[in-house]
Design a protein around this ligand. Sequence first.
Ligand code: PLP
Length: 342
Amino acid sequence: MKTVDLRSDTVTKPTMEMREAMAHAEVGDDVLGEDPTVKRLEATAAAMIGKEAALFVASGTMGNQVAVLSHTARGNEVIVDDQAHIFYYEVGAPAILSAVQLRPVTGLHGPDAPKLIKAAVRDRDNIHYPETSLICLENTHNRGSGTIMAPEQMQEIYELAKQYRLSVHVDGARIFNAAVALGRQPGEFSRWCDSIMFCLSKGLGAPVGSMLAGSRDFIDRARKYRKALGGGMRQAGILAAAGLVALGSVNRLAEDHVHAKMLAQSLAGIPGVQVDLNKVQTNIIVADVSGTGMTSEEFVSVLEQRGVLAITFGPTLIRLVTHRDVSREDVEYAIDVINNIN
Ligand SMILES: *Cc1c(COP(=O)(O)O)cnc(C)c1O
């Protein structure tokens, strides 16, 4: 039986081109600053995202956590969306590593963000309060079904943050999905933040790695924190070589977005399944299956029995993600499975 794996865009396998680039990569000790391929990846990533400098990190989580460490001091408060990856899926790392408190805000990834930020920022003169020092945004928003925050919205938030003397970090694990979907340059997004992390190992298909980008000073600080976390990797050019190939595949993300819309429409046709099609803007579909009388686990298992893999996103929510290793034929197969669920 055929299997179509829509659990995540992290399940892609490195292409032959990547494996060949890895095999032939020129390497050195990157902790000593001597790996030419890592240097090339960092320079290429910085130029593509539109920041002065970039740092190759082991994972998106490491990139976000190094950013939080670099932007905050012990005891600070960090404003995040209450569905953000940093709050939801990073094992409480801001408490463990940075000794900061997260302030989860409902609706931060939405049009009310400026109003919500004004209400959440702490008064520095009040002796009882922690000091707010950072806002973290997520673009695209994973639990929000891959929804995009437009550059104009980011600008409004950034300008407000600067009035309050706050830094802004963007968890841009899928920022290229946002850029491709809106037909905007990545730099139009990254302009409105102090730092941005993006993943090479999701839709772009690299086996390992993410990039953290920002000013040169910021990246110098981040490089030390990366070392502190055990993220100083030696002949990492082997991995960076795959990352460079991955960066060449940004434009094909458009195909994943078309596939996600096709899947979302077929899911929306099942009685009892709710999909907000307006939210399917990139490669992620979140559907509520409560109206089917099945739990999300039961629904996922029905799909799995027919060769379509998805994940649960809560008791009634399921998530499907399109990516490079899902072809049009795979999508058509999955749609056929979905249309025949009863
Ligand atoms: C996947 C993801 C991350 C973390 O990436 P890992 O490489 O899995 O640590 C961070 N933020 C968002 C929004 C993600 O989807």
